[in-house]
Design a protein around this ligand. Structure first.
Ligand code: HEM
Ligand code: HEM
Ligand code: FE2
Length: 443
């Protein structure tokens, strides 16, 4: 049962996010097929790799952001002990963002793109995204200002969301020179995932932990302070791990190398802190699925970002692996562990409550968890194998790009097979969450 009526708006954010998740994974299959086989030219001419890739990555960003926004609309009323400032703004904002997303996808298909990976949305549509973000921040901000209670968790969440929105502005193309352009592009990409999004994830983690374990707020908040401090300390200067080879000064080898090598620390701390709270829990487990997802998220976040990221963050290694399938393997596991699983955690916590279900057990939810996690991991191993082969053949042996690609095809066939099973897991999760029936008796 939800405590506040206005929390309902979050449900529609979750539904849209889930549907886009399905579409995103489907486009991933198409990408893998392009590497695994030679696609007939007639098909490539209609829907080529570049367009599919922009679908895949922009859908990822869009659905994760919708999930975070829905999550904030669900958490903030409970954290501030008050209704949202305006549910109406929240609905208008959702419609605006959904229409912008549709326009962007249609645009990409016809070559209307800004070109910068993951942020291909052209400047005109960027304005609509910014308006949507402003509506969202205004709504959350006003709720906080008018509220009776303001907690560390709600401030952290707002800070992360504000930081995220400000950084988005650096993705606007101001420069003619590609080096300059990419220098700032990293402010969005890196400082998003290793800065702003980490703050948001940390506050959602902390909140869910308090809710499901009943551990004292003061203890959880103490960890939250340390983690945020460390995330910012390592992540801000850690941006340098993207500045090695784009024409920036040489001192970035050192700054980038050292600070980004420290980045796994806050993530490891998060695993430890989650484990400690769960061990000391005071509540009985009334939603075992949330439990599984939150532990999974902490662990896969650490493996994907902390281990796979660390493995290629020193300039001595990055010299060989830069922009190869080794990068892609890390991109998948880190995004999946840190942000996909934290989104699914909040969906599995919030959606049953929004449907008036107090005790929630779901076999499908657990199946979905294990299928997606196992096959994502095998897929990432296959990407890694392809990437190591690529680094060796291209960078060490000096063979041509296409010669290396031919040798890598087998591993992409493995990626494709894993991807198909992963997609089945995704469909199970989406079906499970969307087919929950309203529990009138308990509500
Ligand atoms: C949840 C957190 C993280 C996410 C979602 C993430 C995601 C990504 C993605 C998608 C890329 C590819 C960008 C591109 O070239 O288009 C990337 C690159 C990179 N990441 Fe991460 N990352 C995370 C954390 C980390 C951490 C903690 C480290 C270091 C310890 C790290 C090290 C790197 C490095 C060195 C590259 C550049 C690889 C190259 O030269 O091609 N990442 N990351
Ligand atoms: C069926 C499952 C999936 C398959 C087969 C798949 C496949 C691919 C392929 C082939 C690429 C292109 C890599 C390149 O440009 O060389 C890609 C890019 C990407 N995908 Fe997926 N994907 C899947 C699911 C996902 C999921 C669930 C996520 C989020 C966790 C994700 C996040 C990304 C990211 C961040 C990139 C850009 C990577 C980079 O630039 O380094 N994908 N995907
Ligand atoms: Fe980075």
């Amino acid at each position: 049962m939800t405590v506040f009526k206005s929390q309902r708006v979050s449900y529609y954010y979750f539904v849209l996010a889930l549907l886009l998740f399905g579409l995103q994974v489907l486009t991933g299959l198409w990408l893998a097929a392009n590497y695994a086989f030679t696609i007939p030219q007639g098909i490539v001419d209609i829907f080529h790799f570049g367009t599919a890739r922009s679908f895949h990555t922009n859908l990822l960003v869009l659905w994760l952001l919708l999930g975070f926004m829905g999550g904030a609309y669900f958490m903030i009323p409970e954290e501030t002990n008050s209704e949202l400032y305006s549910p109406k703004i929240a609905y208008i904002q959702l419609i605006l963002l959904a229409l912008t997303g549709v326009a962007a996808l249609i645009g990409f298909s016809f070559g209307w793109t800004q070109g910068t990976p993951l942020l291909e949305i052209p400047p005109l549509l960027d304005i609509l995204v910014v308006i949507g973000a402003l509506m969202f921040l205004f709504n959350i901000g006003m709720t906080l200002i008018k509220a009776k209670e303001r907690t560390v968790i709600s401030w952290t969440l707002l800070a992360g969301l504000l930081f995220l929105s400000l950084l988005y502005l650096f993705g606007h193309p101001f420069y003619k020179n590609l080096s300059n352009e990419f220098y700032w592009w990293w402010w969005v990409i890196h400082l998003w995932v290793e800065g702003a999004w980490e703050l948001i994830t940390a506050s959602i983690m902390a909140w869910i932990i308090i809710k499901v374990t009943g551990v004292d707020r003061a203890v959880v908040e103490k960890w939250l302070y340390i983690e945020i401090g460390l995330f910012l300390f390592t992540g801000l200067v850690g941006t340098g791990h993207h500045y090695y080879w784009i024409g920036t000064p040489e001192y970035w080898y050192w700054w980038g190398g050292i600070f980004s090598a420290l980045e796994p620390l806050p993530i490891l701390l998060m695993v430890w802190d989650t484990y400690t709270h769960i061990k000391d829990r005071k509540n009985e487990i009334i939603n075992p699925v949330v439990w599984t997802y939150i532990i999974g998220s902490a662990i896969v976040h650490f493996v994907g970002a902390g281990i796979w990221g660390f493995a290629q963050t020193l300039p001595q290694v990055n010299y060989f692996t830069h922009g190869s399938q080794v990068t892609v393997s890390h991109g998948h596991l880190a995004f999946f562990g840190a942000f996909v699983l934290i989104n699914l955690t909040i969906f599995y916590y919030a959606i049953p409550k929004l449907k008036g279900i107090e005790r929630f057990k779901s076999t499908l939810g657990l199946w979905g968890f294990w299928i997606t996690n196992s096959f994502m991991f095998i897929m990432v191993l296959a990407f890694s194998a392809a990437g190591i082969l690529q680094s060796y053949l291209e960078r060490k042996m000096g063979l041509g790009y296409m010669t290396a690609q031919a040798e890598m095809q087998f591993w992409f066939q493995v990626v494709l097979v894993c991807g198909i099973v992963f997609f089945i897991g995704t469909v199970i999760i989406i079906y499970d969450l969307l087919s929950l029936k309203e529990n009138k008796a308990e509500a």
